[in-house]
Design a protein around this ligand. Structure first.
Ligand code: GUN
Ligand code: ZN
Length: 650
């Protein structure tokens, strides 16, 4: 069982339940070689906080003493580890040595017999240099073996590996077909040669293609990615599990892993690490130690650092900064930067999982930040949903301090005395009308005062598009007093009595719920309650009922049930709706959260974090709340909450 707890885009914190307990993902499984225990699994658990380990059933089976012990006492007893154990099948040995002689059924039955929690099929390793035909054969044979393995899994969760070489269509096809089988985990295989050769861009392409085909409710394991340098990017793209043999392998070669790359012990002036293995020793002491002691300490360091990076990744998911983390870490190696840059081609896919707002601000880390899905979404929604006020002229300002309405208050007041103008900032995100200056991510962003050329170019292109489509009779950029004189000559008059608060509500409603949602305010008595401290809109009372609350954190509306009712009339089905079975709808009506398994359908435009309408099969509104998932996820997950209910009918 796999349950979503928190998420940031495709990155997610989940609970994976196995016969030997539940682990929290993203998780790193140290590889345990039962012939060669650098650090014992018990030490890993007690001293390093390791949740789950992975070992190789092919090696166990091929070593008489290990095999007997595993068959009589089980793999947990063999390793001295009472937490979940995953086993691999021999595919990798076949890739390295090419002489694996075990049947695919046999090895799955063996893994089940020794009590493995997650056993892996004997997939066919698809090499990066494979031709299409060869890769297709590997996929077909992997799928055939997977199908024949399912009935043999017993209590064990089956890991059905995605293969397909570097062919995105084959990866997606393999992923789709293997997802249809009763598998508990989906590793992405065949990537070790790519990782070894720093072909991170290809790895990213392989992950994305695989994720597109995979059932989103299944955990994804990136086979053989044991370097912490890779974790943030892989998690950003939806990987949940990693295994590391590298911690021990690197240690044997006197190499230390860091989130920012690898260093030879001989090249270091200082260990520059606070892990328990490093604080007790120095570069000099390490160099003079007997080899086996040194290897053990370096292995511990490597593992500590890797586990710590996984913990940092979890923090980033929790605070909504996984993009920032991946962008910062991409500086560890130019090949990682290439991988990061390759993501801009996949914005449309990634956008589907991107939350509508986050806990933290959008934090600029470099020109790549401009290509995050959040930026593209803002622009797309602006052009599709925003409706301009009926002013005679548009006055534009340069990007500046936030919120813009405060930063440009003086100029706005001066212009408004001379003419009927609307205001907009040529912002980092695109055209930002004054009414949207508190809407996420416009205000909740930290960006430099000077932009990189690439960003400037992007911003100019968007403003160019805006210039052709804004629809105002006249538009000017603010250039001081001169602009004021020009406006009083060209379009004399005064603001036509538009209420800026109502304009803000309309704009936010349209952007948040779709074009037309703002009409909910038309022909009604609208009262606005503001925060005394901040002056920001807090509540909107429509015809005497508290219909909407505006969140201070993201400038978006959290509708009350009454507000949901009113909005529903302006939003034809399936807009903003999550349709659930009638019986659970009665629970939701009492204020209970909506579980994914009860969702019958939902608006494909719903994104995580959206405020949604929960309806029953007759399209009757029972509750309003915030979605934790998009449509594809709501329909796939069998466990966990899909909508956190905020207000309900009973
Ligand atoms: N370990 C590293 N890569 C692979 C792979 O592609 N398949 C399996 N089963 N194990 C691996
Ligand atoms: Zn250390």
């Amino acid at each position: 069982m796999f349950e979503l707890k928190e998420r940031d885009g495709l990155a997610r914190i989940c609970e994976l339940t196995t016969p030997h307990g539940t682990v929290t993902t993203p998780v790193l499984l140290p590889v345990v070689n039962p012939n060669y225990l650098t650090i014992t699994p018990k030490e890993m658990k007690d001293r390093l906080g390791v949740q789950m380990v992975i070992t190789n059933s092919y090696i166990i089976r091929g070593t008489e003493a290990l095999r007997e012990r595993a068959e009589s006492k089980g793999v947990h007893e063999l390793l001295g580890f009472d937490g979940p154990v995953m086993t691999d099948s021999g595919t990798f040995q076949d890739h390295v040595y090419g002489d694996v002689k075990v049947g695919h059924r046999e090895i799955v039955m063996f893994q089940s017999a020794i009590g493995s929690d997650i056993g892996t099929i004997l997939d066919v390793f698809s090499e990066p240099e494979f031709t299409r035909e060869e890769a297709k054969e590997a996929v077909d044979e992997t799928l055939r073996r997977a199908k024949e393995s399912v009935p043999l899994r017993g209590e064990m969760l089956l890991a059905g590996t995605v293969q397909g070489g570097i062919y995105p269509d084959l990866r997606e096809l393999c992923a789709r077909e293997i997802s249809a089988l009763d598998c508990g985990v989906h590793p992405i295989g065949g990537v070790v040669p790519l990782l070894e050769n720093y072909r991170f861009k290809d790895v990213a392409e392989v992950i994305i293609a695989s994720k597109k085909g995979l059932d989103p409710s299944r955990p994804v394991h990136l086979f053989g990615a044991g370097h912490p340098m890779m974790f943030p990017l892989a998690v950003l793209l939806g990987c949940d599990m990693f295994d590391s043999a590298s911690y021990a392998k690197y240690a044997r070669e006197d190499r230390l892993m860091y989130p920012t790359g690898t260093r030879f012990l001989g090249d270091l002036h200082d260990l520059a690490c606070h892990c328990p293995a490093c604080v007790r020793t120095s570069v000099q002491e390490l160099k003079q130690m007997p080899r086996s002691d040194r290897t053990k300490l370096l292995a511990e360091h490597n593992l500590h650092v890797s586990l710590a990076e996984i913990r940092s990744v979890k923090n980033a998911i929790h605070e909504g900064s996984i993009w920032e983390m991946a962008e910062m870490r991409a500086r560890a190696h130019p090949a990682l930067l290439d991988a990061l840059r390759a993501l801009r081609k996949h914005k449309e896919y990634l956008e589907q999982f991107e939350p509508t707002s986050r806990r933290g601000a959008f934090f600029y880390c470099g020109p790549e930040s401009y290509h995050r899905p959040t930026v593209a979404r803002y622009q797309e929604r602006y052009f599709a949903r925003y409706r301009r006020p009926s002013a005679k002229v548009l006055v534009g300002f340069e990007e500046g301090e936030k919120p813009y309405s405060r930063a440009y208050a003086k100029e706005i007041a001066a212009v408004s005395q001379k003419t009927d103008a609307a205001f907009l900032v040529a912002s980092f995100f695109g055209p930002a009308p004054l009414e949207l200056d508190e809407f996420y991510p416009i205000a909740q962003s930290v960006i430099p005062k000077e932009f990189d050329a690439e960003v400037r170019e992007g911003m100019n292109e968007v403003m160019e598009r805006h210039a052709h489509s804004h629809g105002y009779p006249l538009a000017v950029m603010w250039e001081g007093e001169e602009t004021l004189r020009f406006l009083s000559d060209m379009v004399p008059g005064t603001a036509s009595g538009r209420d800026p608060d109502i304009a803000r509500c309309r704009a936010v409603l349209d952007m948040q719920f779709g074009k037309g949602a703002g009409d909910v305010l038309d022909g009604r008595k609208v009262e606005i309650v503001k925060s005394e401290r901040t002056g920001k809109i807090r509540n909107v009372i429509i015809d005497g009922v508290h219909a909407l609350s505006m969140r201070a954190a993201d400038g978006r509306f959290s509708p009350r049930l009454e507000g949901g009712r009113m909005l529903k009339e302006h939003l034809p089905p399936p807009r903003m709706r999550v349709k659930i079975e009638d019986e659970p709808a009665e629970f939701a009506a009492k204020g209970n959260n909506v579980f994914a398994k009860f969702v019958l359908d939902c608006d494909p435009e719903i994104r995580p974090g959206d405020d949604v309408l929960v309806v029953n099969t007759r399209d009757e509104l029972v509750a309003v709340g915030r979605a934790l998932m998009n449509r594809e996820e709501m329909l796939a997950f069998k466990r966990g909450i899909s909508v956190r209910v905020k207000d309900s009918s009973e």
